[in-house]
Unconditional design. Structure first.
Length: 259
């Protein structure tokens, strides 16, 4: 076979195997191998590295899309000086993602605006960038999705969905009432993930208030028991970022308007 024929056959093999990145890089890599007199081993490694890099990039895109994280916040964006009640060393330890290895949960408790969601999302992005499967949902959306699935006979499917990610972020627990089916759905998700996958949960409810926030104190107690068994808890008592920003804008406007 001629060189041209062999080349076309090779391109056909790559198309059959769906190695698109290798096929795209092949001409340039052949030229490099010839001009630099690379060994067969080095040439093959360089070529396959292109496909590996492309595969990893596609996986990152897929993980990012599945995660549904609501903002680009990273842990590095968090202003610890504004929230001194947040243990910086503990956040740094969590950023290592070792807590995912033994299905430890992270509970972020505090009033609105103190950075609970920012920390949870930052952990989410750290996990995504490390190659873990992550999914973000609000408690209200989780309850609505579970209710719809129950009505359509897909309860088992939605439970498998929420049990799957290595890290499930459940935001805004307690901001809206969780009673009846909603409370049962959240309890089932927590139970399915117990000792199997980590939950990062944000709430404005102190632990002692959960029994009053759900219509069934026994369900609330059982849920907390599972969440707290292996957990890291942040009680954030600082001032709201939004209120601080509002005052800063108001002060800036006052300075402009003051003669």
């Amino acid at each position: 076979m001629s060189e041209a024929s062999i080349y076309q056959t090779l391109r056909g093999h790559l198309a059959t195997l769906r190695l698109a990145a290798v096929a795209e890089a092949l001409p340039a890599e052949l030229e490099q191998a010839s001009s630099k007199k690379l060994s067969h081993t080095v040439f093959l490694e360089r070529l396959l590295r292109r496909e590996v890099d492309a595969t990893l990039a596609r996986r990152q895109v897929s993980l990012s899309r599945f995660a549904c994280l609501p903002s680009p916040w990273r842990l590095a964006d968090f202003d610890f000086s504004a929230q001194p009640s947040v243990d910086k060393d503990l956040v740094r330890e969590l950023s290592s993602l070792r807590f995912l290895e033994d299905a430890t949960n992270v509970l972020l408790i505090g009033p609105p605006g103190v950075g609970k969601t920012m920390l949870a999302v930052g952990l989410g992005w750290a996990a995504v960038e490390a190659g873990y499967q992550v999914h973000y949902t609000t408690a209200a959306d989780l309850a609505a999705r579970c209710r719809k699935a129950a009505m359509e006979g897909r309860w088992a499917n939605v439970m498998r969905f929420y049990a799957g990610p290595r890290l499930l972020i459940i935001d805004e627990v307690g901001y809206l009432p969780l009673v009846g089916e909603a409370a049962a759905a959240l309890f089932q998700v927590v139970t399915r993930r117990y000792l199997k996958g980590s939950i990062a949960l944000t709430t404005n409810l102190g632990v002692s208030s959960w029994g009053h926030a759900f219509d069934d104190p026994m369900v609330a107690a059982a849920m907390l028991d599972r969440l707290l068994h292996k957990s890291v808890v942040f009680n954030i008592n600082g001032e709201s970022y939004r209120m601080r920003a509002h005052r800063a804008r108001a002060e800036a406007a006052r300075m402009v308007l003051t003669p």
